[in-house]
Ligand binder design. Sequence first.
Ligand SMILES: *Cc1c(COP(=O)(O)O)cnc(C)c1O
Length: 354
Amino acid sequence: MEIERILRDVPKKKPEKGEPLGFGKYFTDYMFTMRYSKAEGWHGARIEPNVPQAFDLATSVLHYAQGIFEGMKAFLLPDGRISVFRPAENWARMNRSADRLCIPPFPEDVAERGLEELLALEREWIPDGPGTALYIRPTIVACDAALGVHASKGYLFFIILSPVGSYYAHGLEPVKLLAEETYVRSCPGGTGEAKCLGNYAASIKAGELAEEAGFDQVLWLDGVEKKYVEEVGSMNIFFVIDKEVVTPALTGTILPGITRKSCLQLLREAGYRTSERRISIGEVAEAAKSGALTEAFGTGTAAVISPVGLIRYRGEDLQVGGGKMGEVAAMLYDRLTGIQTGRLPDPYGWRKII
Ligand SMILES: *Cc1c(COP(=O)(O)O)cnc(C)c1O
């Protein structure tokens, strides 16, 4: 498939050097798009200005959330080349999400080429300050203007780019989590392992209530017994208990994070004992009280590694890690960001050089 280019002056101002970028506040000049129709399949790949679009208010994604997305990051390496962290993993996961949402599979090679061309065109937008990156947001949305609840016949795939700083305003300071017992994020048979739009809409209420109560994020428990730990808002969760690094197993209700997978590999190769298993919030509470729980941290593309300093469960505050980042989290943060930015060698081939 040819990728057409529609280039013109886009009057966007880049953020000033050194200005705090926040997360997803600024967007670059161009985007990559392609379309799907029953007659033509995926077609019409192009790079075009990222400007506001006009659409019919009956567009089905606005009503029934038939849509999926991904998140990855691009970095400028010290030698000036552009690198993306493990994009093939994201395309594969995006097609698994597509399958769950009845979205036709997209050609990963075209998406990859579109991303590469877009990044080459937008390299001026890649920030180079500490903790910054160009965040990549591929998305597919259902486009039929019709109110019947069915799989749409038409789809739009797009990639937009946003220069970002750290995901949390306070950077690497430990976050406070509220273990949620009223609302659930996902259930067996639901869409918990797909990166689909509705999962996030369903999580907002618990997130808002947690924020009002002074917490940074919700710690989700399983949807059946509300007993087993699943994950955090947009991160997978790890615990270090008696020198063993534990993360909930991928049982279908948890988002299979690429940062999670990368951390497990780094941990195993550094000689840590790791285990992917069910872990109850009761076990976490016991371990926190006995002193066996030395660290907890979240992992995800946006925040990379986010240490956890406190978990509230049933009104009780469990302190973790003495209010600072632990050594396992610090090691992972150093290795991951080192590989991403080219500060460290890349023995696993995780950097995709553009
Ligand atoms: C995206 C996401 C993650 C993290 O996945 P990564 O591939 O590491 O970025 C974890 N949990 C949820 C709910 C997510 O949406």
